[in-house]
Design a protein around this ligand. Structure first.
Ligand SMILES: Nc1ncnc2c1ncn2[C@@H]1O[C@H](COP(=O)(O)OP(=O)(O)O)[C@@H](O)[C@H]1O
Ligand SMILES: [Mg+2]
Length: 153
């Protein structure tokens, strides 16, 4: 079965952050959100919008470029924010807490690094450049199209 896809225009940074909040609102315990796209496509911006939705607007949410993971407690849902760009192998991901993330929400930049260990049931967000802005394609590999309103095709 081909997955359902929702395409969204993100003319500026605030739109990317707002999409993060929207995904956060639709998230449940144990979910996996995979953020795909080139360097600068907006993955961390989207993750930050989601984290601020969960924790409050003042949360800094730096990119976990070097730590590979940052965790956030939240009264709604704890967030594990991964940036696996510098991951050496998927065993390392398990050591970073990928399995523990089932207690909350896993948001993963560079999910490709996990290879076969990337959970199949996930929301894939594919970010690409479009002029000055971005386009997001949400690919539903679980049950997200029932939770996020829009013109899913
Ligand atoms: N929809 C958008 N339109 C224009 N600029 C954006 C948009 N979303 C994010 N940006 C900008 O793109 C830059 C890189 O974003 P970032 O989230 O760090 O990308 P990534 O994590 O994919 O490398 C930031 O300066 C951010 O403000
Ligand atoms: Mg990033």
């Amino acid at each position: 079965m081909t997955p359902r896809v929702l395409t969204l225009d993100l003319p500026d940074e605030a739109d990317t952050a707002a999409l993060g909040a929207r995904i956060g609102r639709a998230s449940r315990r144990g979910d996996v959100v995979a953020l795909m796209g080139d360097l600068g496509a907006g993955k961390t911006t989207l993750a930050r919008g989601l984290i601020r939705y969960m924790t409050g607007p003042d949360t800094e949410a730096p990119s976990p470029t070097f730590t590979l993971v940052q965790t956030y407690a939240s009264p709604i849902l704890a967030v594990w924010h991964f940036d696996l760009y510098r991951l050496n192998d998927s065993r390392e991901a398990r050591e970073l807490g990928l399995d523990e993330a089932v207690d909350g929400l896993a948001v993963i930049e560079w999910p490709e690094r996990l290879g076969r260990d990337l959970p199949h049931a996930r929301l894939e967000v594919r970010l690409s450049f479009a002029g000055e802005g971005r386009i997001a394609r949400l690919v539903d590999l679980a049950d997200w199209s029932g939770r996020i309103d829009g013109d899913w095709r």
